[in-house]
Design a protein around this ligand. Sequence first.
Ligand code: GLU
Length: 286
Amino acid sequence: MALAMTVTRFAPSPTGLLHLGHAYSAAISHRLARDAGGKFLVRIDDLDPGRCRPEFVDAILDDLDWLGLAPDAAPLVQSQRTGLYQAALDRLKAAGLVYPCFCTRADIAQALSAPHGGATGTYPGTCRGLPDDPDRRASTPHSWRLDAAKAIDGAGLPGWKEVDGAKFSTRRDQIDDAILARKDAPASYHLSCVVDDADSGVTRVVRGVDLRSSTPIQRLLQALLGLPEPVYLHHPLVLHDDGRRLAKRDRAPTLAAMRDAGVDGGALADTLAQGRLPLGFRFGDA
Ligand code: GLU
């Protein structure tokens, strides 16, 4: 059997300027691909119309260029690929694995963005098991939720492997009736992520450990849709020395600011790819 080529990706959301933590993620993803003679891809996760801005897409591409982390193919832009997500959702609908949910926007607002550090939601199941009502669906904004119990009945609880060989199993309480699509957005983070990772042949999913809680539901969706299983690298987060996370509200140094200050982007990416951080920062999992 021919071994699949190693394909990694960096998938930022254009909701702000990138910081050192993003650069670390991109640098190790790039290095993993390079060391294996594989490919490094970039994907722009811009499905959340409330939070994403086109100017940040340009800024992300400029930052990657400055770091010398050019992707091996044109970046994928999720907002241009909605037909693919719709097709995946239709397959889950046809299999009776999703149901419409009429709960309010506030209840479901988070589903479009990756839940960094967040646990799965605790949806009380309000709309699960309602009789199908096409008139209500036609007249009322709704989202689509995975029927987790049915899905797990069919596909079990798939675990996953990490690049270092560690194996993780999935517990039932890590999977909720996740939102997979909303009226104003054709796919949630989870659905679009698994569809795109498979469609672009990603074999190694590199992302922060704060997204590890997303992996159980994503593995389940992969099993339901018959998509290949990637290997994961959930890397530590870059923190300020005092333990604060690099968040916009914490005035994280943006890559743009470092570039303006004359930092050499290529040298920085090299340092990060070796697992070393500039002074003032440390790794953590907070
Ligand atoms: N777009 C997501 C984010 O910025 C990351 C997606 C992923 O790596 O799976 O947090």
